[in-house]
Design a protein around this ligand. Structure first.
Ligand SMILES: Cc1cc2nc3c(=O)[nH]c(=O)nc-3n(C[C@H](O)[C@H](O)[C@H](O)COP(=O)(O)OP(=O)(O)OC[C@H]3O[C@@H](n4cnc5c(N)ncnc54)[C@H](O)[C@@H]3O)c2cc1C
Length: 205
């Protein structure tokens, strides 16, 4: 990504959302053993779906590769960038937006840590059954994109079985509105949800 493009990203997002050069901390390019690998060209930390869409549209236009990062606890290095790539971090989109107790549904942003969702749901007397040792660091976006199993998988199923709907931004910036608040939905095929869960971020954000 050229300097001009990075400046355009700074115009689209607020400038604090874009890190370059010495401002890029090693945590954005270290492996699980703590070893620093290739430093990416930039790290972009959007706050809204619209910012993600604007950013990806620009990258698509300029043919810039993007690596998405959640909590970086994945075991297969899928969140590690190479030196030509730009990191898209979910760290500023970390809220649990809604817990609907009557429907038994929670809505969370992609970067919400798993433990935050568990605790918020427990406050309402419910359980979000996905659980794994890295609960405090891993994000729901990372759990979904890896279709994480966790230590209650035999009883409650994979992440795939726990997700009702998704809002997805594809690589060209298109926003797919697939969030659902109710279990009952018999309209059409479920292509969006089943396509993106477990896709390791290669099909959308
Ligand atoms: C100690 C430990 C215990 C674990 N236990 C289990 C376990 O019991 N069961 C199990 O299945 N896994 C387990 N894992 C691996 C598990 O898959 C990850 O910890 C977790 O699901 C990944 O979440 P993350 O936010 O850290 O994702 P990251 O590591 O940041 O990313 C993982 C992949 O998802 C992509 N990605 C991340 N966020 C998004 C997003 N918003 N949109 C699109 N793509 C995205 C990344 O590009 C990357 O390809 C464990 C890992 C550790 C270190």
């Amino acid at each position: 990504m050229s300097h001009g493009s990075i400046n355009r990203v700074r115009e689209v997002l607020d400038s604090s959302s874009v890190l370059t050069g010495a401002a890029i901390d090693e945590r954005y390019y270290h492996d699980l053993a703590g070893k620093a690998l290739a430093k990416p060209r930039a790290v972009v930390r959007p706050r809204t779906t619209e910012q993600v869409s604007d950013f990806l549209r620009l990258c698509h236009h300029e043919k810039v590769s993007v690596t998405t990062q959640g909590g970086m606890t994945g075991l297969v290095r899928g969140a590690l960038p190479n030196a030509k790539e730009v990191v898209l971090s979910t760290e500023r989109m970390n809220a649990v937006e809604e817990v609907n107790t009557s429907a038994g549904v929670a809505i969370a942003q992609a970067g919400a840590p798993l433990q935050r969702i568990q605790e918020r749901v427990e406050q309402e007397g419910h359980t979000f059954p996905l659980d794994l040792a890295e609960r405090g660091s891993c994000t729901i976006g990372g759990n979904i994109s890896t279709n994480a199993g966790g230590n209650r998988v035999i009883r409650y199923g994979m992440t795939r079985d726990l997700i009702l709907g998704l809002e997805v931004v594809t690589a060209d910036g298109t926003v797919l509105h697939g969030l659902r608040k109710y279990l009952k939905s018999n309209t059409g095929i479920d292509l969006k949800q089943q396509l993106f869960i477990g896709s390791e971020g290669i099909l959308g954000w």
